[in-house]
Design a protein around this ligand. Structure first.
Ligand code: F6R
Ligand code: MG
Ligand code: MG
Length: 381
């Protein structure tokens, strides 16, 4: 059976500030999607939250980019926004960038990760969902899951994985993508995806048979290429086991927190902390960035789950290390490398502040400051 797994997410209002979602909004989103399952438009659904974002996980037989399925998510987010507005939640409806739905949510604000595949005799999938960061946060763990044999033993041991995986990498500034096959092009891949402000991994395919293995939400960044619109709290779908990395191989990169872009005002580097569903409520300095992992078994398109995969004491150390990394970075205050480099700050509200100073700069070799009352050079001649 061919099934499509679509995960569509949006921030339609924060409680309190940008820290979490409100149960009444989440309940409304669920109610709307539930009706579509009853009508037979979807096989099954689930709703996840991470920080101030809501993700609708849907299974169906309409393929990727389905107007019907995207329309369902849009309607659910619109109805949820009405509740968020009644409660005057913070940034109510902030990710619905248009008043009207035009066939596909891409470019309209919500993030989408989706893939169509033949459901295997047993089909374990993991949906990762992060807040206070951007899709490039997945670059490092996707590399480790699918191209690093020190993380994924299956790359060495499993014949279906031994031929490696192909990464589709998107340049967020131009909207162009390139496919790189590992292990042969591992170093080319790293040359690109190490630049997290410019390149993001969009999809991963298995070389053995071209099967889709992973898909991340990157659409809004790509569609508005040339006019980078900044950070989008991302989702990622990864298929597990029997020729794909094992669940434990997929989770392993998260045992060693790394530094991602986002955190306060989308303008800071910070550690990404793997947390259980209940701890996905970033508060310290609006962070540090969080990630949850929801595991499902598909059964004829039904979502059996979710299992809260980071709700495991084996990740306690990662959480502790992430807190220590957070302290080290916070020590830098307003200074880089805690704050993002100047080029990336161009996509924040900082340029508005700097504009004020624009006319006050002078050439130190030639002139003195143009202060009021000062005799200018020409007046002295
Ligand atoms: C980061 C984020 C928050 C806000 C911050 C300021 O992704 O959502 O850190 O940027 O709380 O929010 P405003 O500008 O809405 O007051
Ligand atoms: Mg928000
Ligand atoms: Mg968010």
């Amino acid at each position: 059976m061919k099934v499509t797994l679509s995960v569509i997410k949006a921030d339609i209002g924060g409680f309190v500030g940008h820290s979490s979602t409100h149960p009444e909004v989440v309940a409304k989103v669920k109610e709307v999607v539930e009706q579509e399952v009853e009508k037979g438009n979807l096989i099954d659904f689930d709703v996840l939250t991470c920080g101030d974002d809501i993700a609708i996980v849907m299974t169906h037989e309409h393929g990727v980019d389905s107007q019907l399925v995207h329309g369902i998510a849009w309607k659910a987010f619109e109805e949820g926004t009405k509740v968020a507005k009644e409660l005057k939640l913070y940034g109510a409806g902030q990710d619905l960038l248009s008043d009207t739905f035009s066939g596909n949510v891409k470019g309209l604000g919500p993030g989408v990760a989706e893939m169509e595949f033949e459901e295997r005799p047993s089909e374990p999938v993991i949906v990762f969902f992060a807040d206070k960061t951007s899709p490039s946060a997945w670059n490092l763990p996707l590399y480790e899951m699918f191209a690093d044999p020190m993380t994924t033993a299956g790359l060495v041991i499993d014949p279906k994985m031994h031929e490696g995986f192909t990464f589709e990498v998107l340049d967020v500034y131009t909207g162009k993508a390139v496919k790189l096959s590992t292990p042969a092009e591992t170093y080319d891949l790293l040359a690109l995806i190490g630049s997290v402000g410019k390149y993001v991994v969009k999809n991963v395919y298995r070389n053995y048979d071209g099967e889709i293995a992973a898909s991340a939400s990157t659409q809004r960044l790509s569609l508005i290429a040339g006019q980078y619109v900044g950070k989008d709290d991302p989702v990622l779908i990864v298929r597990a086991q029997s020729g794909f990395p094992a669940v434990g191989e997929i989770l392993e990169p998260f045992a060693k927190p790394w530094i991602v872009e986002g955190w306060m005002r989308g303008s800071h580097n910070g550690p990404i902390m793997p947390v259980s569903f209940k701890d996905a409520r970033p508060s310290r300095f609006d962070g540090p960035p969080r990630v949850i992992a929801a595991g499902y078994q598909l059964a004829n398109g039904k979502l059996i789950g979710p299992a809260d995969l980071f709700d495991d004491p084996a990740f306690d150390k990662a959480r502790k290390v992430a807190q220590e990394m957070a302290d080290i970075l916070r020590r830098q205050g307003a200074f880089e490398p805690h704050r993002l480099p100047a080029e990336e700050m161009e996509y924040t509200s900082l340029p508005k502040v700097l504009k004020k100073l624009e006319n006050r700069f002078y050439d130190v070799e030639q002139e003195r400051p143009p202060e009021e009352g000062r005799i200018e050079k020409e007046d002295m001649d």
